[in-house]
Design a protein around this ligand. Structure first.
Ligand SMILES: Cc1cc2nc3c(=O)[nH]c(=O)nc-3n(C[C@H](O)[C@H](O)[C@H](O)COP(=O)(O)OP(=O)(O)OC[C@H]3O[C@@H](n4cnc5c(N)ncnc54)[C@H](O)[C@@H]3O)c2cc1C
Length: 383
């Protein structure tokens, strides 16, 4: 039976970053990544806004806040070093009335607490100088927010992970985990239905939408642990090219739907395309429906038209839909924090769960990977 030191499940951005960083940290350890699709990035990471967040929106002290602030710098450094296209375009977080200006004040304080120190207040003339076609009474400028190409990021990570000695094997679905005295026996299935097993000392669960199912395979009572993932769908609409040039930065309303607000982000990507979204609504569990309902354009227009006054119904085209791996919260509460847990208390030494890795998960990918490495340090210290 094959045996590896570290098995990573999932070749989205979380698993790829772990493969890259762990292989660099431990060149003498055998590292294997198994992915069920024919290549990397076929699930959550292929349908995102491609924003490098600065860390303003997340509660102080949360993993999302800490890992985002650290991950922002690590991701820019990686993109620069490995020629992944990116732009430090900056983001305007806008207020449309006094109530939202008060929300901006809260976000400005939160930014400071989170260590995002480059945020500037803008009044109407300040906004007009940067974004003359955006309607807002006040804004926070976040210069360290940016955009990047997520496909090329993952392609580069996969290359580097391999160069550092990690093995990435596609078309392998992990279907079972047996807990051994020191490690795990993992059963996996190839596309043709053939099954095999391997042993690993450590297992990193980076299975995205299916991370709860993988935890359950190791015997973790998912509901009791609070690990159950619910699907929260988001749709995007693209703005026609003629109007896309009227905006040059990321425009985020003070309250965004993703975080239980009412506004929709406006995303200017590295190719110059302008998109509005994602919105947020719960999707039936089990469904991965990526269709965009063209009728929702009216609602997008009603919301985004408040701050993009040039927008007309004919400017919006359905773009893509995505599904967030959201951890359950009581009705009306904000989203929960990431779960990054070395499951030693459950007697699962070397088993790391990464669950509920929704936005800003890409921005955090390298800081998450560093955290995983730090957690595994102890396992290898005595070997
Ligand atoms: C609409 C939307 C917009 C977003 N925008 C941003 C953004 O602008 N900036 C940002 O920082 N973050 C953003 N995020 C968050 C970010 O996209 C996610 O945090 C990140 O992509 C999660 O990556 P992942 O590797 O954990 O999951 P995935 O990319 O889904 O990867 C998990 C992989 O595991 C594989 N897998 C699952 N089960 C098994 C199994 N049993 N055996 C083998 N393989 C398995 C899957 O096939 C998949 O490839 C956004 C998320 C959404 C939904």
């Amino acid at each position: 039976m094959d045996r590896v030191d570290i098995l990573i499940v999932g070749a989205g951005v979380t698993g790829l970053a772990a493969a890259c960083c762990l292989a660099e940290r431990w060149p003498d350890k055998s590292i294997l990544l198994l992915e069920k699709h024919e290549t990397f990035g076929q699930e959550i990471t292929s349908r995102t806004s491609e924003v490098i967040h600065s860390g303003i929106y997340y509660p102080p002290g949360s993993l999302k806040a800490r890992l985002c602030v650290a991950g922002n710098r690590l991701l820019y450094d990686f993109c620069e070093k490995h020629q992944v296209p990116y732009r430090r375009s900056g983001k305007l977080i806008i207020a449309r009335d006094e109530g939202e200006s008060a929300q901006l004040a809260v976000l400005a304080r939160q930014a400071q607490e989170n260590g995002v120190t480059d945020v500037e207040w803008l009044d109407r003339p300040g906004i007009a100088r940067l974004e003359p076609h955006v309607e807002a009474v006040a804004a926070l400028l976040s210069p360290s927010s940016g955009i990047f190409d997520s496909y090329l990021l993952m392609e580069k990570m996969a290359k580097i992970a391999r160069r550092n000695g990690a093995m990435l094997v596609y078309r392998q679905l992990v279907i079972g985990i047996r807990v051994l005295e020191a490690g795990y026996q993992v059963e996996y299935q190839e596309e043709n239905g053939a099954r095999d097993v391997l042993m690993c000392r450590c297992l990193v669960n980076a299975a995205g939408m299916h991370a709860d199912a993988l935890a359950a395979m190791a015997g973790i009572p998912v509901d009791q642990a609070g690990y159950r993932i619910y699907r929260c769908k988001g749709e995007y609409f693209t703005v026609t090219n003629a109007k896309a040039q009227l905006v040059s930065r990321l425009i985020f309303p003070a309250g965004i739907r993703e975080l239980k607000g009412s506004g929709l982000p406006v995303i200017k990507d590295v190719s110059g395309r302008l998109r509005i979204g994602p919105d947020a609504h719960y999707a039936p569990s089990g469904s991965l429906d990526y269709s965009v309902n063209p009728a929702n354009a009216a609602q997008f227009l009603a919301i985004a038209g408040n701050y993009l006054p040039f927008l007309e119904a004919a400017d919006l085209r359905p773009d893509l839909a995505a599904v967030r791996p959201r951890l359950l919260v009581p009705c009306g509460s904000p989203p929960r924090d990431f779960i990054v847990c070395h499951e030693t208390e459950r007697g699962l030494s070397g088993f790391i769960n990464l669950i509920g890795i929704e936005s800003p998960g890409i921005t955090c990918c390298f800081s998450l990977a560093q955290m995983v490495g730090d957690m595994l340090n102890g396992v290898f210290a005595g070997t």
